[in-house]
Design a protein around this ligand. Structure first.
Ligand SMILES: NC(=O)c1ccc[n+]([C@@H]2O[C@H](COP(=O)([O-])OP(=O)(O)OC[C@H]3O[C@@H](n4cnc5c(N)ncnc54)[C@H](O)[C@@H]3O)[C@@H](O)[C@H]2O)c1
Length: 254
């Protein structure tokens, strides 16, 4: 992606960065000069992303934590501060998406989805937000979804509810945190080529329906979501606050 942003020396924490969109965001921020804490619940993938950044000359370390557990998030933020002394950017990206109709959805799946996607975003924002408030500056980007913004997703009620919650939470954080020099925005991707969408992409009927609905007539790449995040982290977005930026090839049209 030919889009130049300078984040030299800024410390960034990206949750769920072992694969998919989070991995692309971690790499994009590192390419822009950020010092990157690569979080994931999966130790192997977190390590792989951090090693990829190190191998290309960037700075990164991996930290395994479950974003739904406050103690683990607190330790992770402390680890980033111990290493680099501050925290400038938080990307709340970790997410899960169980598939079942409302009538069949297991209660455990509902709770897990809300805990990871919504409570995890709250916990990371609260703990990182305190650090950013004390610094007097910070940038938070929440990865929501068009499923929580405009476009319901079949068999994904918990996911839709969690992502709608993330959009609402983003707006209130933007209002509350502005006084501390912290901007908070969301990115709402459409259908992006990642492991999360693999099963649906393997279904020709689902693919045909998607293509009918996407004016650009293709699915999105992880780098295209990362570019939107990079913009929101940049000085070019200095007056963008409380926004939910849709990146979906025109699927829901604003
Ligand atoms: N792929 C899409 O089409 C799409 C569309 C809209 C929004 N999103 C959102 O983008 C984000 C990334 O999606 P993706 O497609 O890359 O998914 P993915 O499943 O490929 O990657 C998600 C990552 O989050 C990690 N993770 C899961 N639970 C975690 C936890 N409790 N703590 C820490 N890490 C955890 C996983 O291990 C995985 O590495 C998610 O929030 C997702 O809802 C994706």
């Amino acid at each position: 992606m030919n889009f130049k942003v300078d984040l030299s020396g800024q410390v960034a924490l990206i949750t769920g960065a072992g694969r998919g969109i989070g991995r692309a965001i971690a790499i994009a921020l590192a390419d822009a000069g950020a010092l990157v804490c690569v979080n994931d619940i999966n130790p192997d993938t977190a390590r792989a992303t951090a090693e990829e950044i190190l191998a290309s000359g960037g700075q990164a370390f991996d930290y395994v934590a479950d974003v739904s557990l406050k103690m683990q998030i607190g330790s992770m933020i402390e680890a980033a501060r111990d290493r680099w002394g501050r925290l400038d950017i938080l990307i709340n990206n970790a997410g899960v998406e169980p598939k079942a109709s409302v009538l069949a959805l297991d209660e455990w799946d509902w709770e897990r989805t809300i805990n990871v996607n919504l409570k995890g975003t709250f916990l990371c924002t609260q703990l990182a937000g305190r650090v950013m408030r004390d610094q007097g500056s910070g940038i938070i980007v929440n990865i929501a979804s068009i499923a929580g913004h405009k476009s319901p997703l079949p068999n994904a009620s918990a996911y839709c509810a969690s992502k709608a919650g993330v959009v609402g939470f983003t707006r209130e954080c933007a209002r509350e945190f502005a006084a501390f020099g912290i901007r908070v925005n969301a990115v709402c991707p459409g259908v992006i080529i990642t492991p999360m969408t693999q099963k649906s992409r393997d279904d020709p009927d689902i693919m045909r329906k998607w293509m009918e609905d996407i004016p650009q007539n293709r699915l999105g790449e992880t780098a295209e979501v990362a570019a939107a995040v990079l913009f929101l982290c940049s000085g070019a977005a200095s007056y963008v606050n409380g926004h939910a930026l849709i990146v979906d090839g025109g699927k829901v049209m604003g």
